[in-house]
Design a protein. Structure first.
Length: 94
C-alpha cells in the first residue's frame, strides 16, 4: 500500500469511531456506541498495524474508538452515582 492509499478497514474504523462519538451522547442509543467503539478499535488495529502503519484513517478510527470506550465508562459511572444518590434521597419504596 502506498502512502496516499487508504484501506477500507481504515475508512470503516474512522466511520465507526465518528458514529460512536456522536451516539454516546444520545440517551438509550448511546449503548450502541460501545459496539461501534469496539469495531473501530478492531478495524483500526488491523488497518494500521497489520497493513504497514501507513493508514492514518485507521489510526484516527482506533483513537476515536478508545475515546468512546473511555467516555462510555465515565457515563456509566456517573449514571450509577446519580442513581444511588437519587434513590437514597427518595428512601425505600412504601
Amino acid at each position: 500500500m502506498s502512502n496516499g492509499e487508504k484501506s477500507n478497514l481504515g475508512i470503516i474504523s474512522l466511520i465507526c469511531g465518528i458514529l460512536g462519538i456522536i451516539m454516546i451522547w444520545i440517551p438509550l442509543v448511546g449503548f450502541a456506541s460501545i459496539v461501534l467503539a469496539i469495531l473501530a478499535v478492531v478495524f483500526g488495529y488491523i488497518g494500521y498495524w497489520k497493513q504497514g502503519k501507513t493508514d492514518t484513517y485507521a489510526l484516527v478510527g482506533f483513537i476515536l474508538g478508545i475515546i468512546v470506550i473511555v467516555l462510555f465508562i465515565i457515563v456509566i459511572v456517573i449514571a450509577g452515582i446519580a442513581y444511588v444518590y437519587v434513590s437514597s434521597m427518595l428512601g425505600p419504596p412504601s
